[in-house]
Design a protein around this ligand. Structure first.
Ligand SMILES: Nc1ncnc2c1ncn2[C@@H]1O[C@H](COP(=O)(O)OP(=O)(O)O)[C@@H](O)[C@H]1O
Ligand SMILES: [Mg+2]
Length: 292
Protein backbone atom coordinates (compact mmCIF):
# COMPACT_ATOMS: atom_id res chain seq x y z
CA UNK A 1 0.00 0.00 0.00
CA UNK A 2 1.60 3.23 -1.18
CA UNK A 3 1.03 6.50 0.70
CA UNK A 4 0.09 9.26 -1.75
CA UNK A 5 2.42 12.29 -1.88
CA UNK A 6 -0.63 14.46 -1.65
CA UNK A 7 -4.14 13.47 -0.48
CA UNK A 8 -6.79 13.57 -3.19
CA UNK A 9 -10.38 14.68 -2.60
CA UNK A 10 -13.42 13.39 -4.41
CA UNK A 11 -16.89 14.22 -3.12
CA UNK A 12 -16.86 13.75 0.64
CA UNK A 13 -14.00 11.22 0.43
CA UNK A 14 -10.29 11.78 0.98
CA UNK A 15 -7.94 9.38 -0.78
CA UNK A 16 -4.77 8.65 1.15
CA UNK A 17 -3.13 5.50 -0.27
CA UNK A 18 -2.85 3.68 -3.57
CA UNK A 19 -3.88 0.04 -3.11
CA UNK A 20 -3.40 -1.28 -6.58
CA UNK A 21 -3.40 -0.56 -10.25
CA UNK A 22 -5.19 -3.17 -12.32
CA UNK A 23 -5.98 -3.39 -15.98
CA UNK A 24 -9.02 -1.18 -15.71
CA UNK A 25 -8.68 0.99 -12.66
CA UNK A 26 -6.59 2.64 -9.98
CA UNK A 27 -7.71 1.59 -6.52
CA UNK A 28 -7.28 3.82 -3.48
CA UNK A 29 -7.77 3.60 0.23
CA UNK A 30 -9.47 6.62 1.71
CA UNK A 31 -11.77 7.92 4.39
CA UNK A 32 -15.35 9.15 4.38
CA UNK A 33 -16.64 12.31 6.10
CA UNK A 34 -16.80 10.48 9.44
CA UNK A 35 -13.25 9.16 9.11
CA UNK A 36 -14.37 5.58 8.29
CA UNK A 37 -12.15 3.61 5.91
CA UNK A 38 -13.33 3.14 2.33
CA UNK A 39 -11.96 1.77 -0.91
CA UNK A 40 -12.31 3.99 -4.00
CA UNK A 41 -11.94 2.51 -7.46
CA UNK A 42 -11.25 5.08 -10.16
CA UNK A 43 -11.73 3.97 -13.76
CA UNK A 44 -8.47 4.36 -15.58
CA UNK A 45 -9.32 6.05 -18.86
CA UNK A 46 -5.69 6.28 -19.94
CA UNK A 47 -5.28 2.53 -19.81
CA UNK A 48 -8.25 1.22 -21.69
CA UNK A 49 -9.87 4.12 -23.47
CA UNK A 50 -12.91 6.12 -22.64
CA UNK A 51 -15.86 4.10 -23.91
CA UNK A 52 -14.61 0.76 -22.62
CA UNK A 53 -13.80 2.18 -19.19
CA UNK A 54 -17.28 3.65 -18.88
CA UNK A 55 -18.91 0.39 -19.89
CA UNK A 56 -16.87 -1.62 -17.38
CA UNK A 57 -17.56 0.92 -14.66
CA UNK A 58 -21.32 0.88 -15.26
CA UNK A 59 -21.36 -2.90 -15.16
CA UNK A 60 -19.33 -3.17 -11.99
CA UNK A 61 -21.33 -0.48 -10.17
CA UNK A 62 -24.69 -2.04 -11.03
CA UNK A 63 -23.60 -5.60 -10.19
CA UNK A 64 -22.14 -4.53 -6.84
CA UNK A 65 -25.27 -2.60 -5.99
CA UNK A 66 -27.33 -5.67 -6.80
CA UNK A 67 -25.03 -7.95 -4.75
CA UNK A 68 -25.10 -5.60 -1.76
CA UNK A 69 -28.73 -6.43 -1.17
CA UNK A 70 -29.00 -8.37 1.12
CA UNK A 71 -25.23 -8.75 0.85
CA UNK A 72 -22.66 -11.38 1.74
CA UNK A 73 -19.60 -10.97 4.02
CA UNK A 74 -17.41 -12.15 1.13
CA UNK A 75 -18.50 -9.39 -1.27
CA UNK A 76 -17.39 -5.80 -0.51
CA UNK A 77 -20.44 -3.62 0.04
CA UNK A 78 -21.31 -0.93 -2.48
CA UNK A 79 -21.30 2.49 -0.77
CA UNK A 80 -21.42 5.21 -3.41
CA UNK A 81 -20.59 6.17 -6.97
CA UNK A 82 -19.54 9.43 -8.53
CA UNK A 83 -19.41 10.44 -12.17
CA UNK A 84 -17.05 13.16 -13.25
CA UNK A 85 -16.17 14.33 -16.75
CA UNK A 86 -12.67 12.84 -16.59
CA UNK A 87 -13.32 9.73 -14.49
CA UNK A 88 -15.82 7.65 -12.60
CA UNK A 89 -15.44 6.55 -8.99
CA UNK A 90 -16.85 3.57 -7.19
CA UNK A 91 -16.80 3.66 -3.38
CA UNK A 92 -16.74 0.27 -1.67
CA UNK A 93 -16.27 -1.27 1.73
CA UNK A 94 -12.54 -1.39 2.46
CA UNK A 95 -11.05 -4.81 3.13
CA UNK A 96 -8.02 -4.67 5.38
CA UNK A 97 -5.90 -7.48 4.03
CA UNK A 98 -3.85 -8.79 1.17
CA UNK A 99 -4.80 -10.35 -2.14
CA UNK A 100 -3.67 -13.93 -2.77
CA UNK A 101 -1.22 -12.84 -5.47
CA UNK A 102 0.61 -10.55 -3.03
CA UNK A 103 0.41 -13.11 -0.26
CA UNK A 104 2.13 -15.78 -2.36
CA UNK A 105 4.68 -13.38 -3.91
CA UNK A 106 5.58 -11.57 -0.72
CA UNK A 107 5.13 -14.21 1.96
CA UNK A 108 4.38 -17.81 1.22
CA UNK A 109 2.17 -20.41 -0.44
CA UNK A 110 -0.87 -21.80 1.32
CA UNK A 111 -0.67 -25.20 2.98
CA UNK A 112 -3.12 -27.82 1.69
CA UNK A 113 -5.18 -27.37 4.83
CA UNK A 114 -5.39 -23.62 4.26
CA UNK A 115 -6.18 -24.35 0.62
CA UNK A 116 -9.24 -26.45 1.57
CA UNK A 117 -10.34 -23.76 4.00
CA UNK A 118 -9.93 -21.06 1.36
CA UNK A 119 -11.71 -23.16 -1.27
CA UNK A 120 -14.78 -23.62 0.95
CA UNK A 121 -14.94 -19.90 1.73
CA UNK A 122 -14.62 -19.02 -1.97
CA UNK A 123 -17.33 -21.55 -2.89
CA UNK A 124 -19.63 -20.04 -0.30
CA UNK A 125 -19.16 -16.62 -1.94
CA UNK A 126 -19.68 -18.08 -5.41
CA UNK A 127 -22.83 -19.79 -4.19
CA UNK A 128 -24.22 -16.39 -3.22
CA UNK A 129 -23.02 -14.63 -6.37
CA UNK A 130 -24.34 -17.35 -8.70
CA UNK A 131 -27.69 -17.46 -6.92
CA UNK A 132 -28.05 -13.80 -7.95
CA UNK A 133 -27.42 -14.77 -11.57
CA UNK A 134 -23.96 -13.27 -11.65
CA UNK A 135 -20.98 -15.14 -13.05
CA UNK A 136 -17.76 -13.47 -11.95
CA UNK A 137 -15.62 -14.47 -14.96
CA UNK A 138 -12.35 -13.10 -13.64
CA UNK A 139 -11.64 -15.09 -10.52
CA UNK A 140 -7.85 -15.13 -10.03
CA UNK A 141 -5.38 -14.60 -7.15
CA UNK A 142 -5.37 -10.79 -7.33
CA UNK A 143 -9.17 -10.75 -7.11
CA UNK A 144 -9.38 -12.73 -3.87
CA UNK A 145 -8.51 -10.66 -0.82
CA UNK A 146 -7.76 -12.36 2.47
CA UNK A 147 -8.77 -10.01 5.27
CA UNK A 148 -6.79 -9.68 8.48
CA UNK A 149 -9.92 -11.14 10.09
CA UNK A 150 -9.17 -14.40 8.24
CA UNK A 151 -12.15 -13.98 5.93
CA UNK A 152 -11.92 -14.14 2.18
CA UNK A 153 -13.51 -11.58 -0.18
CA UNK A 154 -14.12 -11.86 -3.88
CA UNK A 155 -13.55 -8.44 -5.49
CA UNK A 156 -13.50 -6.91 -8.99
CA UNK A 157 -16.83 -7.31 -10.75
CA UNK A 158 -15.75 -5.31 -13.80
CA UNK A 159 -15.65 -8.27 -16.16
CA UNK A 160 -18.90 -9.85 -15.14
CA UNK A 161 -20.52 -9.33 -18.51
CA UNK A 162 -17.58 -9.64 -20.88
CA UNK A 163 -14.01 -10.78 -20.73
CA UNK A 164 -12.31 -9.35 -23.76
CA UNK A 165 -10.83 -6.02 -24.69
CA UNK A 166 -11.15 -4.88 -28.25
CA UNK A 167 -8.09 -3.06 -29.48
CA UNK A 168 -8.28 -0.42 -32.17
CA UNK A 169 -7.34 -2.88 -34.93
CA UNK A 170 -10.52 -4.86 -34.31
CA UNK A 171 -8.84 -8.09 -33.17
CA UNK A 172 -9.95 -9.75 -29.97
CA UNK A 173 -7.28 -10.35 -27.40
CA UNK A 174 -7.43 -11.96 -24.03
CA UNK A 175 -6.08 -9.73 -21.31
CA UNK A 176 -2.99 -10.90 -19.45
CA UNK A 177 -3.61 -14.57 -20.01
CA UNK A 178 -2.05 -16.52 -17.12
CA UNK A 179 -4.21 -19.61 -17.20
CA UNK A 180 -7.03 -18.80 -14.78
CA UNK A 181 -9.59 -18.50 -17.52
CA UNK A 182 -11.37 -21.70 -18.65
CA UNK A 183 -11.55 -22.65 -22.33
CA UNK A 184 -15.34 -22.16 -22.18
CA UNK A 185 -14.89 -18.43 -22.70
CA UNK A 186 -12.87 -18.96 -25.84
CA UNK A 187 -15.76 -21.07 -27.13
CA UNK A 188 -18.18 -18.31 -26.24
CA UNK A 189 -19.83 -20.35 -23.46
CA UNK A 190 -20.80 -18.84 -20.16
CA UNK A 191 -21.59 -21.09 -17.24
CA UNK A 192 -21.33 -20.92 -13.43
CA UNK A 193 -18.81 -23.79 -13.76
CA UNK A 194 -16.47 -21.33 -15.50
CA UNK A 195 -15.88 -19.73 -12.09
CA UNK A 196 -15.23 -23.20 -10.64
CA UNK A 197 -12.39 -23.69 -13.16
CA UNK A 198 -10.87 -20.32 -12.26
CA UNK A 199 -11.10 -21.11 -8.56
CA UNK A 200 -9.36 -24.47 -9.08
CA UNK A 201 -6.58 -22.74 -11.04
CA UNK A 202 -6.29 -20.02 -8.38
CA UNK A 203 -6.00 -22.59 -5.58
CA UNK A 204 -3.32 -24.41 -7.57
CA UNK A 205 -1.34 -21.15 -7.73
CA UNK A 206 -1.94 -20.34 -4.08
CA UNK A 207 -0.58 -23.74 -2.99
CA UNK A 208 2.31 -24.07 -5.48
CA UNK A 209 3.32 -20.51 -6.41
CA UNK A 210 3.15 -21.65 -10.06
CA UNK A 211 0.97 -19.74 -12.49
CA UNK A 212 -1.26 -22.32 -14.22
CA UNK A 213 0.20 -21.35 -17.60
CA UNK A 214 3.61 -22.54 -16.33
CA UNK A 215 2.27 -25.96 -15.41
CA UNK A 216 0.22 -27.15 -18.37
CA UNK A 217 0.33 -30.70 -19.69
CA UNK A 218 0.57 -31.36 -23.43
CA UNK A 219 -3.23 -31.58 -23.51
CA UNK A 220 -3.49 -28.11 -21.98
CA UNK A 221 -4.60 -29.25 -18.53
CA UNK A 222 -3.13 -27.93 -15.31
CA UNK A 223 -0.71 -30.60 -14.13
CA UNK A 224 -1.94 -31.37 -10.61
CA UNK A 225 1.04 -33.70 -10.20
CA UNK A 226 3.03 -30.52 -9.45
CA UNK A 227 0.97 -29.93 -6.32
CA UNK A 228 2.28 -31.47 -3.12
CA UNK A 229 -0.97 -32.23 -1.36
CA UNK A 230 -3.10 -35.22 -0.36
CA UNK A 231 -4.23 -37.22 -3.37
CA UNK A 232 -7.90 -36.45 -2.70
CA UNK A 233 -7.26 -32.73 -2.84
CA UNK A 234 -5.35 -33.05 -6.11
CA UNK A 235 -8.29 -35.05 -7.46
CA UNK A 236 -10.78 -32.37 -6.45
CA UNK A 237 -8.72 -29.62 -8.09
CA UNK A 238 -8.39 -31.80 -11.17
CA UNK A 239 -12.18 -32.14 -11.26
CA UNK A 240 -12.59 -28.38 -10.85
CA UNK A 241 -10.20 -27.68 -13.72
CA UNK A 242 -11.58 -30.19 -16.23
CA UNK A 243 -11.36 -28.56 -19.64
CA UNK A 244 -14.65 -30.12 -20.68
CA UNK A 245 -17.52 -28.19 -19.10
CA UNK A 246 -19.73 -31.30 -18.94
CA UNK A 247 -17.16 -33.28 -16.97
CA UNK A 248 -16.13 -30.43 -14.66
CA UNK A 249 -17.21 -30.55 -11.00
CA UNK A 250 -20.02 -28.17 -10.18
CA UNK A 251 -20.17 -26.06 -7.03
CA UNK A 252 -22.19 -28.58 -5.07
CA UNK A 253 -19.86 -31.44 -6.05
CA UNK A 254 -16.76 -29.48 -5.09
CA UNK A 255 -18.23 -28.54 -1.69
CA UNK A 256 -19.21 -32.12 -0.91
CA UNK A 257 -15.77 -33.47 -1.73
CA UNK A 258 -13.92 -30.71 0.12
CA UNK A 259 -16.01 -31.18 3.24
CA UNK A 260 -14.82 -34.77 3.39
CA UNK A 261 -11.30 -33.38 3.82
CA UNK A 262 -11.90 -30.74 6.45
CA UNK A 263 -14.58 -29.18 8.57
CA UNK A 264 -16.66 -26.23 7.52
CA UNK A 265 -14.55 -23.14 8.28
CA UNK A 266 -15.95 -20.92 11.02
CA UNK A 267 -15.68 -17.95 8.65
CA UNK A 268 -18.50 -19.36 6.57
CA UNK A 269 -21.66 -17.67 7.67
CA UNK A 270 -23.48 -17.70 4.37
CA UNK A 271 -26.09 -19.91 2.82
CA UNK A 272 -23.70 -22.81 2.48
CA UNK A 273 -23.57 -23.21 6.25
CA UNK A 274 -27.34 -22.96 6.59
CA UNK A 275 -27.84 -25.76 4.12
CA UNK A 276 -28.48 -29.24 5.49
CA UNK A 277 -25.64 -31.54 4.58
CA UNK A 278 -25.91 -34.32 7.17
CA UNK A 279 -24.44 -37.02 4.96
CA UNK A 280 -21.19 -35.17 4.45
CA UNK A 281 -20.83 -33.55 7.83
CA UNK A 282 -20.08 -36.90 9.43
CA UNK A 283 -17.47 -37.87 6.82
CA UNK A 284 -13.90 -38.71 7.73
CA UNK A 285 -11.87 -35.56 8.19
CA UNK A 286 -8.41 -35.98 6.69
CA UNK A 287 -7.09 -32.80 8.19
CA UNK A 288 -8.40 -33.07 11.69
CA UNK A 289 -6.81 -36.50 11.79
CA UNK A 290 -3.56 -35.24 10.27
CA UNK A 291 -3.29 -32.08 12.31
CA UNK A 292 -4.14 -33.21 15.81
N1 LIG B 1 -12.59 -3.30 -1.43
C1 LIG B 1 -11.25 -3.40 -1.41
N2 LIG B 1 -10.57 -3.35 -0.24
C2 LIG B 1 -9.22 -3.44 -0.21
N3 LIG B 1 -8.44 -3.60 -1.30
C3 LIG B 1 -9.04 -3.66 -2.50
C4 LIG B 1 -10.46 -3.56 -2.62
N4 LIG B 1 -10.78 -3.63 -3.94
C5 LIG B 1 -9.60 -3.75 -4.60
N5 LIG B 1 -8.53 -3.78 -3.74
C6 LIG B 1 -7.10 -3.92 -4.10
O1 LIG B 1 -6.85 -3.29 -5.35
C7 LIG B 1 -6.43 -4.23 -6.35
C8 LIG B 1 -7.09 -3.91 -7.70
O2 LIG B 1 -8.50 -3.91 -7.56
P1 LIG B 1 -9.48 -4.53 -8.67
O3 LIG B 1 -10.90 -4.27 -8.25
O4 LIG B 1 -9.13 -5.96 -8.87
O5 LIG B 1 -9.10 -3.65 -9.95
P2 LIG B 1 -8.93 -4.06 -11.51
O6 LIG B 1 -10.31 -4.15 -12.05
O7 LIG B 1 -8.15 -2.95 -12.09
O8 LIG B 1 -8.21 -5.39 -11.53
C9 LIG B 1 -6.85 -5.58 -5.79
O9 LIG B 1 -6.04 -6.64 -6.24
C10 LIG B 1 -6.77 -5.39 -4.29
O10 LIG B 1 -5.44 -5.61 -3.82
MG1 LIG C 1 -8.50 -7.19 -10.43
Amino acid sequence: MKLLDECLSIGCYTLTHELGRGSTAIVYKGTDAQGGEVCVKKSNLDLIGNWKARELFEREASVLEQLSNPGHPGVPKFIDRMDRADSQYLVLEYVDGQNLQELVEEERCLTPQEGVHMALQALDILHYVHSRNVIHRDLKPSNLVLGKDGKLRLIDYSTVGGRFVYPADGSTIVENYSGYMPPDFLNGKLDPKSDIYSLGATLFYAMTGLRPIEALTKKGRIDMGRLKAPRNLRKILKGMTELDLERRLDLEGAVKRLLKMGDMPEEISGELREREMPSIRGGASYFSAAVT
